[in-house]
Design a protein around this ligand. Structure first.
Ligand SMILES: [Zn+2]
Ligand SMILES: [Zn+2]
Ligand SMILES: [Zn+2]
Ligand SMILES: [Zn+2]
Ligand SMILES: [Zn+2]
Ligand SMILES: [Zn+2]
Length: 478
């Protein structure tokens, strides 16, 4: 309905033409002589034409915003935009935003009598709407086994019907074809290794992906992650079963020198599929894990003492596994160097990472000078703080890793997680350093109110230089 079509004192929603059809909620009048008001925009302004004789102007009545205070898709908030009071669930409201649920009663004026009563309803949640059924779905089943996130632009491979993010699968296909010597060979499904005969975008699952995101906005990935993923995505068509054959692509990465040294094991993405190593050979159809480092495959083995997944990020890495199986990278491509996935206590660090203190270069410089002043090597300082970490002397809430309470110095982590771990220890190294031991130019700085959360420190060098940001925030960001 268009705002211009409203008749006397009947509310209607403002709507742009392209929002038509995307109705998410309705106001249902108690008197069926009046039409329902359909809400199509996320912030829908409901107007009524205030008119003595049919020609008056349209005035905003209230605004209804999709999603409750906590992003809950089964509720909304309402705000009174009119000069009069309105009654929501028996309560007179003015300009403050109030939560409403399906079934909430909204009276269009300051008294119950003489004003139309509307019942708020969210479409799609409505049991009476026979075209919608509720489906119970475990969100774990809507995740991509390559990146472990909720699917993004989900694609389905056939015949096994496993689902992945378009970007993840495309990138996996690119890497596996770059590493495959037999160009006539079909690519294998990253989850079950069945030869993939076709792949396509899956619109039905895509709708489910969107519905989950609407209900759980915390599963939304960052814009940067999405942009990267979309830059990889190469599956453009819808799924067609049993038609095209996915062949490894012709383009190959330049290979180093000794092609002749490659045995036929290199035809397999997983060395243990082709031959026995470390007393183990994969049985046909055995589950495999795709390595996040090199894109190669390793058998999923719950029983080895060597972890295959990084506890900090739950992603699989092959570096430690192949080393434990006696497979080395000169014979087999692709596998990761063992340095890329190691126990924290077995790692060695010689320079302060650029990511320390949220990437604030001034703080990094101060930390480096503090280390110099102490006369110790960086690794010696890190080792001291690892002891405190193991003794649970440090508040772990700032450690940006999964399973923070389970992590110890004997945990295997990937390079990225190790770098986050170092950032965390150096934060504690700095905050626990008495002010008088800081370099003189740093000792006299006041702390920024927003502490490490400060956004200004990243785009205003003068601010980053003037104030200390290695501290807890004492108030929220503006
Ligand atoms: Zn993915
Ligand atoms: Zn599969
Ligand atoms: Zn294998
Ligand atoms: Zn990790
Ligand atoms: Zn690897
Ligand atoms: Zn600041």
């Amino acid at each position: 309905m268009d705002a211009g079509e409203c008749s006397s004192s009947q509310p209607c929603a403002s709507s742009s033409p392209d929002a038509a059809g995307g109705v998410w909620a309705k106001l249902v009048p108690s008197d069926s002589a009046f039409p329902e008001v359909e809400l199509a925009e996320d912030d829908a302004v409901v107007c009524s034409r205030v008119t003595p004789d049919g020609g008056g102007e349209v005035a905003a009545w209230c605004e209804i915003r999709r999603g409750g205070g906590d992003g809950d898709a089964s509720s909304a908030t309402i705000r009174n935009l009119s000069s009069d009071a309105i009654i929501v669930d028996g309560r007179v409201i003015q300009q403050e935003a109030v939560d409403i649920k399906p079934g909430s009663e909204i009276v269009s004026g300051p008294q119950k009598d003489g004003h139309l009563l509307y019942t708020f309803d969210i479409t799609g949640l409505n049991d009476q709407d026979k075209t919608n059924i509720k489906i119970v779905l475990d969100i774990e089943n809507a995740k991509c086994s390559i990146c472990l996130n909720l699917w993004h632009d989900v694609v389905t491979v056939a015949p096994c019907l496993h689902n992945f993010c378009n970007g993840c699968f495309s990138e996996w296909l690119r890497r596996s074809s770059a590493n495959s010597r037999d160009k006539s060979q079909s690519a294998a499904c990253p989850q079950c290794r069945t030869a993939v005969q076709s792949v396509g975008r899956n619109h039905f699952l895509h709708n489910i992906e969107e519905a989950i995101l609407q209900a759980f906005s915390s599963l939304q990935r960052s814009d940067e992650e999405i942009a990267l993923l979309e830059s990889y995505a190469s599956v453009k068509t819808n799924i067609v079963l049993g038609k095209q054959k996915i062949q490894s692509r012709k383009r190959r990465l330049p290979r180093s020198n000794d092609e002749a040294n490659h045995t036929n094991h290199a035809d397999f993405l997983c060395p243990q599929c082709g031959a026995e190593f470390g007393g183990f050979r994969c049985s046909p159809g055995a589950p495999h894990l795709p390595c996040n480092g090199c894109g190669g495959m390793m058998p999923a083995r719950p029983d080895t003492s060597i972890p295959q997944k990084c506890l900090g990020c739950d992603r699989a890495f092959c570096g430690a596994y192949w080393c434990s199986q006696g497979v080395n990278s000169s014979q087999h491509n692709p596998i990761c160097d063992q340095e890329t996935f190691k126990m924290i206590s077995q790692r060695h660090i010689s320079s302060v990472p650029d990511t320390v203190h949220g990437g604030n270069q001034y703080e990094k410089d101060i930390t480096e000078r503090c280390i110099q002043q102490s006369g110790k090597a960086l690794q010696a300082i890190i080792s001291e703080w690892i002891v405190k970490f193991d003794n649970k002397e440090l508040d772990r809430s700032r450690l940006q890793l999964n399973h923070v309470d389970a992590i110890t110095s004997r945990t295997y982590v990937c390079n990225q997680c190790y770098s986050k771990f170092i950032d965390f220890l150096l934060y504690w190294f700095r905050v626990s350093m008495p002010r008088n031991l800081l370099p003189p130019d740093a000792a006299n700085r006041e702390s920024c109110w927003y502490g490490f959360m400060c956004r200004t420190q990243h785009h205003r060098p003068d601010h980053a230089k003037k104030l200390n940001h290695v501290c807890r925030p004492t108030r929220g960001n503006p």
